[in-house]
Design a protein around this ligand. Structure first.
Ligand code: SME
Length: 165
């Protein structure tokens, strides 16, 4: 009889440890988010575009592009009623799209993008931004990827909650 156990992918464990280290050494939330973007983009080969959008609370709430790695995107400001990004921020739920061409909400950033994950960032129970990742591979984001990206978003939320700017 063979028993299978759920063993964490060592690459993911390593990335989590490095995110923890970044959160300990970062002097600001911007520095932490830049570090997280670089770490994910460099270590996870299917993460072809990695970026943060932060919520600007003016008369019309807007997601504003922050730190990112990958090709420049035309979507530097996204209203909450548009895109996968708007859907994640307005519902406060992670959105995983295995095939962006089949999702009418999708705002195209690159013709090469096939799948996307967007994870909200919470501070004191409210959405303050999100971590958005695009892949050139279809269905790139497994449940394990989702856990990792949600972990990174939660670390940023906790950092800001503790008073990091
Ligand atoms: N695809 C996103 C827009 C942002 S770019 O992917 C960087 C969306 O549909 O909201």
């Amino acid at each position: 009889m063979i028993y299978y156990s759920r063993v964490a992918n060592p690459a993911f464990t390593d990335v989590r440890q490095k995110v923890d280290q970044l959160a300990q050494s970062a002097k600001s939330a911007d520095q932490l988010m830049s570090g997280v973007v670089t770490l994910l983009h460099e270590n996870l080969l299917k993460y072809n575009w990695v970026g943060f959008y932060m919520l600007e609370q003016k008369s019309e709430p807007m997601l504003v592009l922050g730190a990112f790695e990958g090709a420049m995107t035309p979507h530097t400001r996204i209203p909450l009623n548009q895109g996968i990004c708007g859907a994640a921020a307005s519902t406060g739920q992670t959105v995983v799209v295995d095939d962006v061409s089949a999702d009418s909400r999708y705002l195209a950033c690159s013709t090469e993008t096939k799948s996307e994950i967007v994870v909200p960032i919470f501070v004191a129970g409210k959405v303050v931004g999100e971590l958005d990742i695009d892949s050139h591979f279809p269905a790139a984001f497994t449940p394990e990827d989702r856990e990792l990206v949600e972990y990174c978003a939660s670390i940023v939320g906790k950092f800001i909650e503790k008073g990091g700017q």
